[in-house]
Write a protein that binds this ligand. Structure first.
Ligand SMILES: [Zn+2]
Ligand SMILES: [Zn+2]
Length: 442
């Protein structure tokens, strides 16, 4: 299984630069063995982020170092485990045990991420004949000591026989195998995702983040609006409810942009807005909760103006009565015909309506006519005359011709459909080829 995986990793990755390590003449000459301290082992990261193998004495074949770097890098990309592979000529055994050497080297370099400690150090010392797998805190569950021991055991024969390339490769692959099982991946990826290399993924995250921010911001806006409306007085609240329709429409538009979060807020707000006019007022005199009076109250205690406006559906009236002190207040909402009326300059009510237009002077072919638009107030009966000018017959004729031309143009563009006029320049459709196809000589 592990050999199979290594073969795949080996074959499918494109060769890249061999690390400029001084091991070009490995195997052919006796390696120059030196004694190291943890501080004097050269870090492979000086060559770049994709280098994980330090072999300053040239113990391994350069091509194998390449392969090891790739295995380590794919481990990092898949589960973000950093595996360092260190091969040295030796160290002073009077000063160090292998385990202490590894510990100091591991922490000195800081192998594996600082948060999760998913680092592994594969350590080999030729002079002292040490082989060791040193794990970070975050790896102890997936690479327990017994498993590390087993992996070394599997490859110890190669190492004893002096085939260090095979031994190190075998160990590295078995470690990678161990960390790339389904269970290991799940454990390593639990509550955490590897670093993204794909900018599209980044965009998705940014979008999700924005959606969330939008939801929070709009929730605050909506809550403040609702709070303001519920605390408003009798004469303010109806207008605030009417005006808050803008916020509702805005929220509706934003819902299209952020369909993951905002539609829920939009629905909630729409419902809330409807119920806000039913929200009981607090009595301005005694502070008790007021009760809404029956719908026909306007006919009994409303003023004449109220009755007229209610009947014409310019306004809808809500009467609220305090059960404790008996105080009565009116809330007036715009009703369905509100927009057809204007403010009356005589009585100040919103009850002025266009009735008819009279003609004082008929238009001729070249001269405009004159007339008055007559508005009557439904409350006080006051008549308002607004002068207007009537287009001449010539102007009307021109207008009719323009409309006909527009209509003809519209029809012809429909009937011609997608066909193009022959005079305009053209271009290819913009298709692309991926290099597919075949050819031969004859
Ligand atoms: Zn009261
Ligand atoms: Zn009036």
């Amino acid at each position: 299984m592990n050999r199979y995986l290594c073969l795949i990793l080996f074959c499918c990755l494109v060769p890249f630069h061999i690390a400029a390590q001084d091991n070009d003449n490995a195997q052919s000459e006796e390696p120059r063995l030196r004694l190291y301290t943890p501080a004097s082992v050269p870090s492979p990261k000086v060559y770049g982020q994709e280098y994980y193998v330090s072999d300053p004495d040239g113990i391994l074949r350069p091509t194998l170092i390449d392969s090891l770097n790739r295995v380590c890098h794919s481990l990092y990309r898949t589960v973000e485990v950093e595996m360092a592979v260190v091969l040295i000529g030796g160290f002073d055994e009077d000063n160090w045990w292998a385990v202490d050497f590894c510990q100091e080297l591991f922490n000195g370099w800081g192998i594996g991420g600082a948060e999760r400690n998913t680092g592994v150090l594969l350590f080999f010392s030729l002079g002292t004949r040490d082989i060791r797998i040193h794990t970070g805190y975050g790896m102890e569950g997936l690479l327990p000591d017994a498993v590390c021991d087993m992996i070394i055991d599997d490859n110890i024969e190669s190492l004893s026989a002096g085939d260090y390339n095979a031994g190190i490769w075998g160990i590295a692959c078995e470690i990678a195998d161990q960390l790339l099982t389904k269970e290991a991946k799940e454990e390593l990826l639990l509550g955490w995702t590897p670093k993204r290399y794909n900018s599209e993924d980044d965009l998705i995250y940014i979008y999700l983040y924005l959606s969330l921010i939008m939801l929070i911001v709009m929730t605050v806006v909506v809550l403040r609006k609702c709070d303001k409306i519920s605390k408003a007085s009798f004469d303010k609240r109806p207008d605030l409810i009417t005006g808050s329709e803008n916020l509702q429409n805005g929220l509706g538009c934003l819902s299209l942009l952020f369909p993951l979060t905002l539609p829920f807020l939009f629905m909630k707000y729409r419902k809330q807005r409807q119920s806000l006019s039913d929200l009981p007022y607090t009595c301005p005199s005694c502070g008790n909760e007021m009760k809404r009076m029956p719908a026909d109250t306007v006919e009994q205690i409303g003023s004449e103006t109220d009755k007229i406006e209610n009947k014409l559906h310019i306004f809808r009236f809500d009467f609220w009565k305090c059960p404790s002190c008996g105080e009565v207040h009116t809330a007036r909402f715009r009703d369905k015909t509100y927009d057809r009326y204007q403010d009356c300059k005589n009585c100040g009510e919103h009850a002025l309506k266009y009735v008819e237009a009279n003609v004082k002077k008929q238009p001729t072919y070249h001269e405009r006519g004159e007339g008055n638009k007559i508005y009557v107030c439904a409350v006080c009966g006051h008549k308002t005359f607004v002068p207007y000018s009537i287009p001449s017959l010539y102007e009307r004729e021109q207008q009719r011709i323009r409309e006909q031309l527009r209509e003809t143009a519209r029809r012809s563009s429909y009937s011609s459909g997608s066909s193009r006029s022959s005079g305009s320049s053209g271009s290819w459709g913009g298709g692309r080829s991926g290099g597919g196809g075949a050819g031969r000589k004859f």
